[in-house]
Write a protein that binds this ligand. Structure first.
Ligand code: FAD
Length: 303
């Protein structure tokens, strides 16, 4: 049992622009930490898992806010967009339904109004709910640092629990997603020990595109959370789906493939065997949900 203490003392900075924020991170180096919604960071500080002497609050950086769509249809989600904004966005519901599902299963309304999508990604937790649907949708992240900007595919961002390719003096600014084509649908399903306010025992995200008749699966991406040190793609399940009929038998086969390739560990949340059994069930249901949505039926999450 880790005791929650008072926050340690720190110097607080409120930059008004991205260059100012980057300057502070470079000046204070390892002694600085980035603060967004604080729903992960402040608890970690109270547990003394991290003790930054300088907190750089980025919530005033307007360039990191908002959900936009460019002329090519690419969607950009600012790192400071809150989970509440994602869960109530009509654009996200229509174009990225798996991410919309995830945002609406996370934490509580109070936490969702503070917590940012950038914070969920940067915390790099294997159970982070926003990550599998973003990976399944082909997301990349834009990162700003002293030497300019770089773009990293989200699947290459994570190195281990709590570890990513983000350097201490860098800030994640945006999440970029390609235009989802016609007859594309997505779904995210999360297994929890209770129905709310719990982290995922497993999370399954599926994003697929059907042919124009809505019968054959032409593209498929499946991503799993909380089953390995980092979120992973289920490539065998994707192969099963490709060019197959979009029917319950294909969904069942994809579930079996995802379960066979996943190698989860036993933890306080669930045993390895239970996780593997439930990956099969949830993948099958998420594939069926994505089929339905690709055909244009934007219902609630499938059971
Ligand atoms: C009660 C409770 C329930 C929760 N339930 C869930 C849940 O169901 N599912 C789930 O996935 N998570 C859950 N969380 C975890 C948390 O709310 C999310 O991970 C949240 O999205 C983190 O965002 P934040 O803005 O609060 O990040 P912060 O706490 O501000 O930051 C988290 C980390 O990311 C870094 N960081 C943040 N933004 C940036 C950026 N733009 N660039 C560089 N570094 C950055 C910070 O330095 C810090 O290391 C829960 C937390 C609580 C307290």
């Amino acid at each position: 049992m880790r005791f929650i203490k008072r926050l340690p003392s720190f110097e607080y900075h409120t930059p008004g622009t991205l260059p100012e924020a980057l300057d502070l991170l470079i000046r204070y180096g390892k002694r600085a930490g980035v603060l967004a919604g604080g729903t992960d960071l402040l608890l970690a500080m109270k547990r003394r898992e991290t003790v930054p002497e300088h907190l750089v609050n980025i919530k005033g950086l307007t360039s990191l806010k908002g959900i936009t769509r460019d002329r090519l249809g690419q969607i950009a989600i600012g790192a400071l967009v809150t989970l509440e904004e994602i869960g109530s966005s009509e654009l996200i519901k229509e174009k990225l339904p798996g991410l919309w599902d995830a945002a609406n299963t996370m934490a509580s309304p109070q936490i969702r109004s503070l917590a940012t999508i950038g914070g969920n990604v940067c915390s790099a937790m294997p159970s982070a709910d926003a990550v599998p649907p973003l990976i399944a949708s082909g997301a990349s992240v834009r990162i700003a640092g002293a030497k300019g900007e770089r773009e990293v595919p989200l699947e290459a961002f994570f190195k281990g629990p709590g570890e990513s390719v983000l350097r201490g003096e860098e800030i994640l600014t945006r999440i970029l997603l390609p235009e989802p084509g016609e007859k594309t649908g997505g779904c995210y399903l999360k297994l929890m020990r209770r129905h709310a306010m719990d982290l995922a025992q497993i999370g399954v995200a599926v994003c697929l595109r059907l042919d124009s008749a809505g019968l054959i699966c032409r593209e498929a991406r499946v991503a799993l959370g909380a089953v390995a040190e980092t979120p992973i793609r289920a490539s065998r399940a994707e192969k099963v789906l490709l060019n197959k009929e979009a029917d319950p038998e294909t969904a069942k086969e994809a579930g079996r493939a995802a379960s066979a390739e996943a190698n989860p560990r036993s933890s306080i949340r669930a045993s390895k065997e239970y996780r593997k059994a439930m990956i099969e069930v949830l993948t099958k249901r998420a594939v069926l949900g994505a089929f339905e949505r690709a055909r244009g039926k934007y219902g609630e999450q499938p059971g």
